[in-house]
Design a binder for this molecule. Structure first.
Ligand code: GLC
Ligand code: CA
Length: 557
């Protein structure tokens, strides 16, 4: 069956439900809360909502540890609430894509509870169990969330594999029964009418045969597991099976989260003939920014290296052109806030900087993703105390490097976390200037960013010069332009250190995008004086003069 490419023309808005809108005063965002905010998302102009996990979960990793794939986390509401939300979204013309977390489950999942009972339990082979080797873990892999990827289980005297926290055991995709279970979970949600999936760390599902040790840097305790496991031997086969058995039967969109994958890999998964996925989330540009080194608690708070950022994003633009499809994002629930990270959250420039980043990304080829609050220019929260953090990745890293290995001092690590922690993105949505910013009438599960009086949706919706209004225009431009959706991409002046400029071409039209990533005014001539200004983040246009964080887009016909 042939489907149209609506997902190429769409803009996706990501909702982290826990922090979006509380409806019943328990301090936790929920589905009825989201339903009440759908008109806001519609007003912004988004086409699709990606919903972070809302399934039943002990919440060790905020929903990325699922104990029951077919029920709703009680704190988020009931299945009825979900159905209402979905129906309401569809009435408004919004699509909903779900987070599919199937590299691992929770250790509280019935499958794992059974699996660990005995070596001959029918579910034993749903997970990856190994005997100890010389009394130790079976190999040297280090978990994404620190420590070994193996946990010893007394009951049967074997270790199980967990690439993330020990409460997130990895499923054994080699087992065809596991794959069938996953297909059934997918059908369950698709038959309800959901419009696709964002697939969590989907390029980690096929483990290399024999689970060999990985290369280890001399002073590191464990091997970087991403380097050994990403894009494993049977990944294409598994994704094709998924497509053939499930996805091909529905007109839905799919995006695979793929740490450590390259443009060549992405072409394999998203290529026109691959019959796998529509697009991937790659990590190159977020890996570059800030030059973070977790082990050393190092964070380079000097401005990002623009030349590297330009090359990285442009490589994906040009290599996938005509062969695959890009997803475009600056941030999400795992990354610090875009404006703080890639530009500046200095109040003097914040609004300009947020619009500049939006322009730079939304004029590229690919499907743009807006993470809740990005459309307001929300910033990092910059916590100063460990007790303010919730996220287990941040807490684990602190305990391992500061307390156990003692390789970094507390102050440096706290500084690192204040730039880099995922919690920066997880503070509640800033709706208005009232108590708790309209997020909850109770006690919020997580402290709000104190800047909500200056940065909130209510102010911005009414203000034609706000970041929100500007994002609306960006989205509207894309909806009305094949040039923005399909045009070829060319980076201008790759070695230039302050300005990110590129062209897009489609039929007889050319688009020129110029963004100043610094707080200095510069003079640059890309031929803009001959073009027609489509959108810019200053009130007037000084032609060759590009002011601090200025961004402007010209059309040539
Ligand atoms: C993905 C999710 C992240 C989660 C991890 C483990 O990277 O985006 O939030 O912690 O997978 O599921
Ligand atoms: Ca609630």
């Amino acid at each position: 069956m042939a489907y149209s490419d609506w997902w190429k023309k769409s803009v996706v808005y990501q909702v982290y439900p826990r922090s979006y809108q509380d409806s019943n005063g328990d301090g936790i965002g929920d589905l009825p809360g989201l339903t009440s905010r759908l008109p806001y998302i519609k007003d912004l102009g988004a086409d699709v909502i990606w919903l972070n996990p809302i399934y039943k979960s002990p919440d060790k990793d905020n929903g990325y540890d699922i104990s029951d794939y077919r029920s709703i986390q009680p704190a988020y509401g009931t299945m009825d609430d979900f159905d209402k939300m979905l129906q309401e979204a569809h009435v408004l013309g919004l699509k909903i894509i779900m987070d599919l977390v199937v590299n691992h489950t929770s250790d509280q999942n019935k499958w794992f509870q059974e699996s660990k009972k005995s070596k001959d339990n029918p579910y034993r082979d749903y997970y990856i169990w190994r005997d100890p080797v010389d009394g130790h873990a079976p190999n040297n892999w280090g978990s994404y969330f620190n420590g070994s990827t193996w946990k010893f289980d007394e009951t049967t005297g074997q270790y199980y594999l967990h690439l993330f926290a020990d409460g997130q055991p990895d499923l054994n995709w080699e087992n065809p029964q596991v794959r069938d279970e996953v297909w059934n979970v997918m059908r369950f949600w698709l038959d309800k009418g959901v419009d696709g999936f964002r697939m969590d760390v989907i390029n980690l599902i096929s483990k290399p045969a024999g689970l060999p040790d990985g290369p280890k840097a001399p002073n590191e305790k464990y091997a970087d597991v991403g380097k050994v496991v990403a894009d494993g031997p049977r990944l294409n086969e598994f994704l094709q099976e998924m497509n053939q058995k499930v996805l091909s039967k529905y007109d839905v969109m799919t995006v695979g989260e793929m740490p450590d994958s390259t443009p060549e890999d992405a072409i394999k998964y998203t290529g026109l003939d691959s019959h796998e996925l529509h697009m991937v989330f790659q990590f190159d540009h977020v890996g570059l920014a800030g030059n973070a080194d977790k082990r050393l608690g190092k964070w380079n708070d000097a401005p990002i290296k623009l030349v590297e950022l330009k090359k990285s994003l442009s490589k994906w633009e040009t290599e996938l052109n005509g062969k695959g499809w890009n997803s475009l994002y600056w941030n999400n629930h795992d990354q610090p806030r875009a404006v703080s990270r890639f530009a500046t959250d200095d109040p003097k420039y914040r609004v300009k900087a947020a619009k500049m980043l939006g322009t730079t990304l939304h004029m590229m080829q690919g499907t743009p993703y807006v993470y809740e609050g990005e459309e307001l220019g929300m910033t990092n929260v910059h916590y100063t105390k460990l007790s303010q953090y919730e996220d287990l990745e941040s807490l684990n890293a602190y305990h391992e490097f500061v307390d156990d290995e003692k390789i970094v001092d507390a102050d440096s690590m706290l500084k690192y976390l204040s730039y880099k922690s995922r919690d920066n993105a997880r503070t509640p949505m800033q709706w208005d200037e009232n108590k708790n910013s309209g997020f909850t009438s109770g006690k919020p599960w997580f402290e709000l960013n104190p800047n909500f009086k200056e940065i909130n949706a209510r102010d911005q919706i009414e203000d034609s010069k706000s970041v929100f209004s500007y994002y609306k225009k960006l989205i509207d431009l894309r909806h009305n332009s094949d040039l923005i959706v399909y045009g070829d991409y060319e980076l201008l002046d790759p070695e230039e250190e302050q300005v990110f400029a590129y062209k897009r071409r489609y039929n007889d039209e050319t688009l020129l995008v110029i963004s100043n990533f610094t707080k200095e005014q510069v003079t640059r001539d890309y031929g803009q004086s001959k073009g027609k200004l489509l959108i810019g983040n200053y009130d007037d246009d000084l032609d060759m003069e590009i002011r601090p964080y200025e961004s402007k887009v010209y059309l040539f016909r």
